[in-house]
Write a protein that binds this ligand. Sequence first.
Ligand code: NAP
Ligand code: G4F
Length: 327
Amino acid sequence: MKRIALITGITGQDGAYLSELLLSKGYEVHGIVRRSSTDSFERIAHLREKLRLHQADLHDQLSLVNIIRDVAPREVYNLAAQSFVPTSWGQPLLTGDVTALGVTRVLEAIRFVDPTIRFYQASSSEMFGKVVESPQRESTPFWPRSPYGVSKVYGHWITVNYRESYGMFACSGILFNHESPLRGKEFVTRKVTDAVARIKLGVQEKLKLGNLDARRDWGFAGDYVRAMWLMLQQPEPDDYVVAMGEMHSVRDLVETAFGHVGLDYTKHVETDPTLLRPAEVNELCGDATKARAKLGWQPEVRFPQLVAMMVDADVERVRREIEFQKL
Ligand code: NAP
Ligand code: G4F
Protein backbone atom coordinates (compact mmCIF):
# COMPACT_ATOMS: atom_id res chain seq x y z
CA MET A 1 0.00 0.00 0.00
CA LYS A 2 1.31 3.49 -0.93
CA ARG A 3 2.56 5.34 2.14
CA ILE A 4 1.00 8.81 2.13
CA ALA A 5 2.03 11.58 4.53
CA LEU A 6 0.75 15.12 5.02
CA ILE A 7 2.98 17.80 6.56
CA THR A 8 1.75 21.13 7.91
CA GLY A 9 4.59 23.69 8.02
CA ILE A 10 6.29 22.01 5.04
CA THR A 11 7.96 25.31 4.02
CA GLY A 12 9.77 25.59 7.37
CA GLN A 13 13.16 24.20 8.39
CA ASP A 14 11.83 20.89 9.73
CA GLY A 15 9.29 20.56 6.92
CA ALA A 16 12.11 20.59 4.38
CA TYR A 17 14.20 17.95 6.20
CA LEU A 18 11.17 15.76 6.94
CA SER A 19 10.07 15.93 3.28
CA GLU A 20 13.50 14.73 2.17
CA LEU A 21 13.42 11.88 4.68
CA LEU A 22 9.91 10.70 3.73
CA LEU A 23 10.62 10.94 -0.01
CA SER A 24 13.77 8.87 0.48
CA LYS A 25 11.58 6.20 2.14
CA GLY A 26 9.20 6.10 -0.84
CA TYR A 27 6.33 8.12 0.67
CA GLU A 28 3.93 10.20 -1.37
CA VAL A 29 4.45 13.52 0.43
CA HIS A 30 1.79 16.24 0.62
CA GLY A 31 2.21 19.60 2.27
CA ILE A 32 -0.01 22.41 3.47
CA VAL A 33 1.05 25.92 2.44
CA ARG A 34 -0.68 29.15 3.36
CA ARG A 35 -1.51 31.74 0.80
CA SER A 36 0.72 34.81 0.76
CA SER A 37 1.54 37.54 -1.75
CA THR A 38 5.06 36.16 -2.15
CA ASP A 39 5.83 32.46 -1.98
CA SER A 40 7.96 30.95 0.80
CA PHE A 41 9.09 27.78 -0.96
CA GLU A 42 12.86 28.47 -0.86
CA ARG A 43 13.67 25.59 1.49
CA ILE A 44 11.75 23.02 -0.57
CA ALA A 45 12.55 24.44 -4.04
CA HIS A 46 14.79 21.45 -4.85
CA LEU A 47 11.92 19.05 -3.99
CA ARG A 48 9.03 20.91 -5.66
CA GLU A 49 8.56 18.40 -8.49
CA LYS A 50 8.24 15.53 -6.02
CA LEU A 51 5.95 17.20 -3.48
CA ARG A 52 2.21 17.84 -3.71
CA LEU A 53 1.30 21.17 -2.15
CA HIS A 54 -2.16 22.30 -1.07
CA GLN A 55 -3.39 25.67 0.14
CA ALA A 56 -4.79 25.71 3.67
CA ASP A 57 -4.24 27.51 6.94
CA LEU A 58 -4.19 26.39 10.54
CA HIS A 59 -6.68 29.19 11.27
CA ASP A 60 -9.22 27.63 8.91
CA GLN A 61 -10.94 24.42 10.06
CA LEU A 62 -12.70 23.53 6.82
CA SER A 63 -9.56 23.89 4.71
CA LEU A 64 -7.90 21.25 6.92
CA VAL A 65 -10.88 18.89 6.75
CA ASN A 66 -11.02 19.15 2.95
CA ILE A 67 -7.32 18.44 2.46
CA ILE A 68 -7.21 15.52 4.86
CA ARG A 69 -10.29 14.06 3.13
CA ASP A 70 -8.83 14.58 -0.38
CA VAL A 71 -5.27 13.41 0.38
CA ALA A 72 -6.27 10.49 2.67
CA PRO A 73 -2.87 10.38 4.44
CA ARG A 74 -1.85 7.59 6.82
CA GLU A 75 0.43 9.98 8.76
CA VAL A 76 0.00 13.69 9.55
CA TYR A 77 2.96 15.71 10.90
CA ASN A 78 1.81 18.99 12.47
CA LEU A 79 4.87 21.24 12.21
CA ALA A 80 3.07 24.53 11.46
CA ALA A 81 3.34 27.18 14.16
CA GLN A 82 4.21 30.77 14.92
CA SER A 83 7.56 29.48 16.14
CA PHE A 84 9.62 32.57 17.03
CA VAL A 85 9.52 33.16 20.79
CA PRO A 86 9.96 37.00 20.83
CA THR A 87 7.10 37.45 18.32
CA SER A 88 4.82 35.61 20.72
CA TRP A 89 4.89 38.56 23.15
CA GLY A 90 4.05 40.99 20.33
CA GLN A 91 1.34 38.72 18.86
CA PRO A 92 0.10 36.55 21.72
CA LEU A 93 -3.39 36.00 20.31
CA LEU A 94 -2.18 34.97 16.86
CA THR A 95 0.39 32.70 18.50
CA GLY A 96 -2.31 31.08 20.63
CA ASP A 97 -4.63 30.69 17.66
CA VAL A 98 -2.07 28.93 15.44
CA THR A 99 0.35 27.27 17.85
CA ALA A 100 -2.26 26.16 20.41
CA LEU A 101 -5.77 26.01 18.87
CA GLY A 102 -4.33 25.10 15.45
CA VAL A 103 -3.37 21.72 16.93
CA THR A 104 -6.99 21.07 17.91
CA ARG A 105 -8.13 22.02 14.42
CA VAL A 106 -5.81 19.43 12.86
CA LEU A 107 -6.84 16.80 15.42
CA GLU A 108 -10.53 17.56 14.85
CA ALA A 109 -10.07 17.26 11.08
CA ILE A 110 -8.45 13.85 11.54
CA ARG A 111 -11.12 12.72 13.99
CA PHE A 112 -13.86 13.81 11.58
CA VAL A 113 -12.33 12.31 8.40
CA ASP A 114 -10.51 9.19 9.64
CA PRO A 115 -9.49 8.77 13.30
CA THR A 116 -7.07 5.95 12.41
CA ILE A 117 -4.62 8.44 10.81
CA ARG A 118 -1.40 8.66 12.85
CA PHE A 119 -0.58 12.16 14.18
CA TYR A 120 2.69 13.82 15.21
CA GLN A 121 2.64 17.08 17.21
CA ALA A 122 5.75 19.31 17.20
CA SER A 123 6.04 20.04 20.91
CA SER A 124 8.94 22.01 22.34
CA SER A 125 11.48 22.15 25.15
CA GLU A 126 10.23 25.74 25.64
CA MET A 127 7.42 24.06 27.63
CA PHE A 128 9.97 23.34 30.41
CA GLY A 129 10.86 27.06 30.56
CA LYS A 130 11.97 27.86 34.09
CA VAL A 131 13.22 24.33 34.58
CA VAL A 132 12.36 22.51 37.79
CA GLU A 133 14.87 19.70 37.22
CA SER A 134 17.81 19.07 34.95
CA PRO A 135 18.10 17.33 32.58
CA GLN A 136 14.45 17.50 31.50
CA ARG A 137 12.63 14.29 30.62
CA GLU A 138 9.07 13.34 29.63
CA SER A 139 7.86 13.50 33.26
CA THR A 140 9.40 16.90 34.09
CA PRO A 141 6.67 19.46 34.95
CA PHE A 142 6.19 22.35 32.54
CA TRP A 143 6.75 26.02 33.44
CA PRO A 144 6.51 27.93 30.15
CA ARG A 145 7.93 31.46 30.05
CA SER A 146 6.39 32.97 26.89
CA PRO A 147 3.04 32.98 25.09
CA TYR A 148 4.75 30.60 22.63
CA GLY A 149 5.70 28.19 25.44
CA VAL A 150 2.19 28.39 26.92
CA SER A 151 0.68 27.65 23.50
CA LYS A 152 2.94 24.62 23.05
CA VAL A 153 1.85 23.29 26.46
CA TYR A 154 -1.75 23.45 25.22
CA GLY A 155 -0.75 21.70 21.97
CA HIS A 156 1.00 18.96 23.94
CA TRP A 157 -1.90 18.28 26.30
CA ILE A 158 -4.60 18.37 23.62
CA THR A 159 -2.57 15.75 21.74
CA VAL A 160 -2.41 13.57 24.88
CA ASN A 161 -6.10 14.23 25.46
CA TYR A 162 -7.20 13.09 21.96
CA ARG A 163 -5.14 9.94 22.46
CA GLU A 164 -6.82 9.28 25.80
CA SER A 165 -10.33 10.43 24.82
CA TYR A 166 -10.65 8.87 21.36
CA GLY A 167 -7.88 6.26 21.26
CA MET A 168 -6.18 8.15 18.43
CA PHE A 169 -2.57 7.38 17.48
CA ALA A 170 -1.34 10.84 18.55
CA CYS A 171 2.28 11.44 19.59
CA SER A 172 3.97 14.51 21.02
CA GLY A 173 7.67 14.95 20.27
CA ILE A 174 9.25 17.27 22.83
CA LEU A 175 12.14 18.47 20.73
CA PHE A 176 14.97 20.61 22.02
CA ASN A 177 16.49 23.32 19.80
CA HIS A 178 17.57 21.93 16.45
CA GLU A 179 19.31 23.94 13.79
CA SER A 180 20.74 23.71 10.28
CA PRO A 181 21.72 25.88 7.32
CA LEU A 182 17.94 26.10 6.65
CA ARG A 183 17.20 27.70 10.04
CA GLY A 184 15.41 31.08 9.92
CA LYS A 185 17.83 33.99 10.27
CA GLU A 186 15.99 35.40 13.30
CA PHE A 187 17.00 32.45 15.51
CA VAL A 188 20.27 32.92 17.35
CA THR A 189 22.35 30.17 15.69
CA ARG A 190 21.62 31.30 12.15
CA LYS A 191 21.78 35.00 13.11
CA VAL A 192 25.33 34.31 14.33
CA THR A 193 26.49 32.13 11.41
CA ASP A 194 25.06 34.57 8.84
CA ALA A 195 26.86 37.47 10.58
CA VAL A 196 30.13 35.50 10.79
CA ALA A 197 30.00 34.92 7.03
CA ARG A 198 29.22 38.57 6.29
CA ILE A 199 31.93 39.85 8.64
CA LYS A 200 34.50 37.40 7.22
CA LEU A 201 33.69 38.54 3.68
CA GLY A 202 33.79 42.22 4.61
CA VAL A 203 30.14 43.23 4.19
CA GLN A 204 29.28 43.62 7.91
CA GLU A 205 31.27 44.80 10.95
CA LYS A 206 29.27 44.21 14.12
CA LEU A 207 26.74 41.71 15.46
CA LYS A 208 24.22 42.74 18.14
CA LEU A 209 22.94 40.02 20.44
CA GLY A 210 20.83 39.74 23.60
CA ASN A 211 21.57 37.35 26.47
CA LEU A 212 24.96 35.69 25.88
CA ASP A 213 24.61 33.59 29.05
CA ALA A 214 21.49 31.69 27.96
CA ARG A 215 22.25 27.98 27.49
CA ARG A 216 20.61 25.61 25.06
CA ASP A 217 20.83 21.94 24.08
CA TRP A 218 21.42 22.35 20.32
CA GLY A 219 21.19 19.50 17.80
CA PHE A 220 20.92 19.08 14.02
CA ALA A 221 17.44 19.27 12.40
CA GLY A 222 18.30 16.41 10.00
CA ASP A 223 18.80 14.10 12.99
CA TYR A 224 15.63 15.30 14.77
CA VAL A 225 13.16 14.67 11.91
CA ARG A 226 14.22 10.99 12.01
CA ALA A 227 12.86 10.85 15.55
CA MET A 228 9.50 12.29 14.38
CA TRP A 229 9.14 9.55 11.78
CA LEU A 230 10.21 6.82 14.23
CA MET A 231 7.50 7.90 16.70
CA LEU A 232 4.77 7.19 14.12
CA GLN A 233 6.20 3.73 13.28
CA GLN A 234 5.82 2.32 16.83
CA PRO A 235 3.13 -0.17 17.87
CA GLU A 236 1.73 2.31 20.43
CA PRO A 237 1.52 6.12 20.47
CA ASP A 238 3.61 7.89 23.10
CA ASP A 239 5.52 11.11 23.91
CA TYR A 240 9.30 11.46 23.66
CA VAL A 241 12.00 13.98 24.54
CA VAL A 242 14.51 14.41 21.70
CA ALA A 243 17.77 16.13 22.68
CA MET A 244 21.55 15.86 22.66
CA GLY A 245 21.91 16.03 26.45
CA GLU A 246 24.56 18.74 26.50
CA MET A 247 24.34 22.49 26.93
CA HIS A 248 26.27 25.35 25.36
CA SER A 249 25.87 29.05 26.05
CA VAL A 250 25.18 31.63 23.36
CA ARG A 251 28.72 32.87 24.15
CA ASP A 252 30.13 29.34 23.36
CA LEU A 253 28.17 29.40 20.11
CA VAL A 254 29.58 32.79 19.14
CA GLU A 255 33.15 31.83 20.06
CA THR A 256 32.92 28.56 18.08
CA ALA A 257 31.36 30.20 15.01
CA PHE A 258 33.78 33.15 14.81
CA GLY A 259 36.71 30.86 15.67
CA HIS A 260 35.81 28.55 12.76
CA VAL A 261 36.83 31.28 10.29
CA GLY A 262 39.74 32.59 12.39
CA LEU A 263 37.94 35.65 13.87
CA ASP A 264 37.96 36.92 17.46
CA TYR A 265 34.31 37.43 18.45
CA THR A 266 35.14 40.03 21.13
CA LYS A 267 36.06 42.47 18.35
CA HIS A 268 32.67 42.14 16.62
CA VAL A 269 29.92 41.19 19.09
CA GLU A 270 27.98 43.83 21.04
CA THR A 271 25.14 43.27 23.45
CA ASP A 272 21.87 45.11 22.94
CA PRO A 273 19.43 45.30 25.88
CA THR A 274 16.46 45.64 23.49
CA LEU A 275 17.08 42.01 22.47
CA LEU A 276 16.54 40.71 26.01
CA ARG A 277 13.24 38.89 26.58
CA PRO A 278 10.53 39.87 29.13
CA ALA A 279 10.97 36.41 30.71
CA GLU A 280 14.01 34.34 29.70
CA VAL A 281 14.51 30.59 29.57
CA ASN A 282 17.99 30.53 31.04
CA GLU A 283 18.90 26.92 30.34
CA LEU A 284 17.57 23.78 28.71
CA CYS A 285 19.13 20.33 28.67
CA GLY A 286 17.22 17.23 27.59
CA ASP A 287 17.38 13.58 28.59
CA ALA A 288 16.56 11.53 25.47
CA THR A 289 17.04 8.13 27.16
CA LYS A 290 13.51 7.00 26.24
CA ALA A 291 13.87 7.98 22.56
CA ARG A 292 17.23 6.23 22.35
CA ALA A 293 15.94 3.06 24.06
CA LYS A 294 12.45 2.72 22.53
CA LEU A 295 12.91 4.34 19.11
CA GLY A 296 16.55 3.36 18.65
CA TRP A 297 17.17 7.04 17.79
CA GLN A 298 20.79 8.18 17.55
CA PRO A 299 21.92 11.68 16.56
CA GLU A 300 24.90 11.91 14.22
CA VAL A 301 25.90 15.59 14.29
CA ARG A 302 27.34 17.16 17.44
CA PHE A 303 27.62 20.86 18.34
CA PRO A 304 31.03 21.76 16.79
CA GLN A 305 30.16 20.00 13.50
CA LEU A 306 26.75 21.68 13.46
CA VAL A 307 28.23 25.15 13.90
CA ALA A 308 30.92 24.47 11.28
CA MET A 309 28.30 23.18 8.82
CA MET A 310 26.16 26.32 9.29
CA VAL A 311 29.10 28.76 9.04
CA ASP A 312 30.44 27.03 5.90
CA ALA A 313 27.01 27.12 4.24
CA ASP A 314 26.58 30.82 5.02
CA VAL A 315 30.09 31.72 3.82
CA GLU A 316 29.36 29.94 0.55
CA ARG A 317 25.96 31.64 0.16
CA VAL A 318 27.21 35.16 1.02
CA ARG A 319 30.18 34.69 -1.34
CA ARG A 320 27.74 33.81 -4.16
CA GLU A 321 25.53 36.81 -3.33
CA ILE A 322 28.54 39.16 -3.44
CA GLU A 323 29.72 37.71 -6.76
CA PHE A 324 26.21 37.96 -8.21
CA GLN A 325 25.91 41.63 -7.20
CA LYS A 326 29.30 42.36 -8.80
CA LEU A 327 28.22 40.93 -12.15
P1 NAP B 1 9.65 27.28 11.10
O1 NAP B 1 10.86 27.16 10.22
O2 NAP B 1 9.33 28.58 11.74
O3 NAP B 1 8.39 26.80 10.22
C1 NAP B 1 7.08 27.05 10.64
C2 NAP B 1 6.12 26.60 9.55
O4 NAP B 1 4.77 26.86 9.97
C3 NAP B 1 6.31 27.34 8.21
O5 NAP B 1 6.14 26.42 7.15
C4 NAP B 1 5.13 28.33 8.21
O6 NAP B 1 4.70 28.71 6.93
C5 NAP B 1 4.06 27.47 8.88
N1 NAP B 1 2.92 28.24 9.39
C6 NAP B 1 2.94 29.28 10.26
N2 NAP B 1 1.70 29.73 10.48
C7 NAP B 1 0.86 28.95 9.74
C8 NAP B 1 -0.54 28.92 9.55
N3 NAP B 1 -1.36 29.79 10.14
N4 NAP B 1 -1.07 27.97 8.73
C9 NAP B 1 -0.25 27.09 8.09
N5 NAP B 1 1.09 27.08 8.22
C10 NAP B 1 1.64 28.00 9.04
O7 NAP B 1 9.71 26.18 12.26
P2 NAP B 1 10.65 24.88 12.41
O8 NAP B 1 11.91 25.27 13.07
O9 NAP B 1 10.64 24.14 11.13
O10 NAP B 1 9.83 24.07 13.52
C11 NAP B 1 8.77 23.19 13.15
C12 NAP B 1 7.83 23.00 14.33
O11 NAP B 1 8.59 22.47 15.43
C13 NAP B 1 7.19 24.28 14.85
O12 NAP B 1 5.91 23.93 15.33
C14 NAP B 1 8.07 24.69 16.03
O13 NAP B 1 7.35 25.46 16.96
C15 NAP B 1 8.45 23.32 16.57
N6 NAP B 1 9.72 23.22 17.28
C16 NAP B 1 10.87 23.67 16.67
C17 NAP B 1 12.08 23.51 17.32
C18 NAP B 1 13.37 23.98 16.69
O14 NAP B 1 14.38 24.09 17.41
N7 NAP B 1 13.41 24.21 15.37
C19 NAP B 1 12.13 22.90 18.58
C20 NAP B 1 10.94 22.44 19.15
C21 NAP B 1 9.74 22.59 18.48
P3 NAP B 1 5.36 29.99 6.15
O15 NAP B 1 6.58 29.46 5.44
O16 NAP B 1 4.26 30.39 5.23
O17 NAP B 1 5.70 31.01 7.19
O1 G4F C 1 17.43 30.85 18.87
P1 G4F C 1 16.38 31.32 19.79
O2 G4F C 1 15.53 32.46 19.32
O3 G4F C 1 15.54 30.04 20.15
P2 G4F C 1 14.53 29.70 21.36
O4 G4F C 1 13.93 30.93 21.95
O5 G4F C 1 15.27 28.78 22.28
O6 G4F C 1 13.37 28.93 20.61
C1 G4F C 1 13.65 27.96 19.60
O7 G4F C 1 13.79 26.70 20.19
C2 G4F C 1 12.58 26.19 20.81
C3 G4F C 1 12.93 24.84 21.42
O8 G4F C 1 13.39 25.03 22.73
C4 G4F C 1 11.51 26.09 19.77
F1 G4F C 1 10.38 25.57 20.31
C5 G4F C 1 11.23 27.46 19.19
O9 G4F C 1 10.24 27.36 18.17
C6 G4F C 1 12.51 27.99 18.58
O10 G4F C 1 12.84 27.16 17.49
O11 G4F C 1 17.03 31.77 21.17
C7 G4F C 1 17.91 30.94 21.90
C8 G4F C 1 18.52 31.72 23.05
C9 G4F C 1 17.51 32.50 23.90
O12 G4F C 1 17.80 32.31 25.26
C10 G4F C 1 17.76 33.96 23.55
O13 G4F C 1 17.49 34.88 24.59
O14 G4F C 1 19.41 32.70 22.50
C11 G4F C 1 19.24 33.92 23.20
N1 G4F C 1 19.66 35.04 22.36
C12 G4F C 1 20.65 35.92 22.66
N2 G4F C 1 20.74 36.85 21.71
C13 G4F C 1 19.10 35.41 21.19
C14 G4F C 1 19.79 36.55 20.77
N3 G4F C 1 18.10 34.86 20.46
C15 G4F C 1 17.77 35.47 19.29
N4 G4F C 1 16.78 34.94 18.55
N5 G4F C 1 18.40 36.62 18.85
C16 G4F C 1 19.42 37.19 19.56
O15 G4F C 1 19.97 38.22 19.16
